[in-house]
Design a protein around this ligand. Structure first.
Ligand code: SF4
Length: 398
């Protein structure tokens, strides 16, 4: 999206949210409790004034330490101070949503299905509600790369690592200071990933995890790392990952790497022995951004903006105080394959408290240009825009 009211793109919905700056959760049961638990994690629990439920026993006893009100509170008169979050199973859920609409409430403004309200890769509601009512910045994901050294040469690496001429190993202190600046302005991220290269080759990985874990674990939902299955994490590292509740995404390249490089089974044993949560990241194929053959030079500025919007890549990369609008565009730049301009990043070193709305807008894919330079040579991310697939981890000659 191209900014046309920088810092004020969402003022309309923001004003509305400020009027409804407390929540009613419709449904005093398991799903309502789950919603409460999630709000607690991101520090928004105090926003819930109570539940709505027709169960008279629950109305008498309360639920999860909060009052349970009769549905009359929203149906007998028009209630205008609370956002209503419907947290119920079907078919009751649809029935309640219809009733709310018939009673004059507007969907996705006055009331929400809880799943719609919750953060999805590009749904703006929760971040906007947190911003306009609590002055908080909540984002879907973030990624940092402390070092880009890798022992593989995957031809279609989405980080373009094989094309990097000189690998970089950043100083631990510099990366930690980078994290300090990031979390000074980001109140909560649903996924925070340490990536590479192969992150297990970063010599200060344990210390970095320890630093993020100690200082910022409460600002991260899933604290994760992606490893390529060719290096076994040490006991010390596994203990540290366990301590901070990290999730390890274990790639599976056994079809393409040499048997001597394949440590997958050992890695799994090691992770399980130390009770580190891990996810089998086996996939059938990879997206091909195909930046060497894609040419969108015939697209107008408007068409490029539309293309960027349609791509809706939600992954933001952070490095040296700057958050990048598209991680792949920055990765290509790191590898010398692309040149971005200032509009492709948001510089947190120039941040102040008055610019939070700008920051949230940027994270919801607004920027000055409306797209990033790589869009001119990129086939895009996700199925809806890019049908090109390539085999996983095909290795290039050294
Ligand atoms: S088209 Fe490519 S460069 Fe543009 S936003 Fe999508 S992934 Fe990034």
């Amino acid at each position: 999206m191209k900014w046309n009211r920088k810092g004020h793109q969402f003022d309309y919905i923001g004003r509305h949210f400020r009027k409804r700056n407390k929540l009613f959760v419709y449904g005093a049961a398991e799903m309502g409790k789950e919603f409460l638990d999630r709000l607690e994690k991101i520090g928004l629990l105090d926003m819930v004034d109570g539940f709505i439920d027709r169960d008279v026993q629950k109305q008498a006893e309360g639920f999860e330490g909060r009052p349970v009100l009769s549905p009359d509170i929203v149906f007998q008169e028009y209630e205008e101070h609370h956002l209503i979050i419907v947290a119920m199973h079907e078919p009751v859920c649809s029935w309640i949503l219809d009733r709310l609409q018939q009673a004059g409430y507007i969907e996705n403004l006055d009331y929400f299905h809880w799943d719609t309200f919750w953060i999805h890769l590009n749904e703006p509601y929760l971040p906007l509600y947190a911003l306009y009512t609590q002055d908080k910045v909540i984002i879907s994901s973030s990624c940092c790369i402390p070092g880009d050294t890798c022992n593989l040469r995957c031809k279609h690496c989405l980080n373009f690592t094989p094309y990097i001429e000189h690998f970089e190993t950043r100083e631990l202190q510099e990366v930690c200071e980078d994290m300090d600046l990031f979390f000074k302005w980001i109140d909560f991220t649903f996924r925070h990933q340490i990536s590479g290269g192969e992150p297990l080759l970063y010599p200060y990985l344990k210390e970095l995890i320890e630093y993020i874990g100690t200082h910022y674990r409460n600002k991260i939902d899933v604290f994760e790392i992606v490893i390529n299955g060719t290096n076994v994490p040490s006991d010390q590292l596994c203990k540290c990952m366990n301590k901070y509740g990290m999730t390890v995404y274990l790639d599976n390249y056994v079809q393409t790497i040499s048997p001597e490089q394949n440590y997958r089974e050992e890695i799994i044993r090691q992770l399980e022995m130390h009770q580190v949560n891990w996810v089998d990241n086996t996939v059938e194929d990879w997206f091909d951004l195909d930046i060497f053959h894609t040419d969108h030079s015939d697209m107008s500025e408007e068409e490029l903006t539309e293309y960027f919007d349609h791509c809706s890549n939600p992954w933001h990369y952070y490095e040296r105080g700057k958050i990048y609008a598209c991680n792949f565009a920055k990765f290509a730049e790191r590898a010398g394959l692309n040149q971005e301009n200032e509009s492709a990043c948001f510089d947190l070193s120039c941040m102040n408290a008055g610019r939070k709305a700008e920051l949230v807008e940027f994270l919801l894919n607004y920027n000055d240009q409306g797209y990033v330079q790589l869009c001119k040579h990129c086939a895009g991310y996700w199925d809806h825009i890019n049908p090109k697939r390539v085999p996983v981890a095909i290795q290039m000659e050294r």
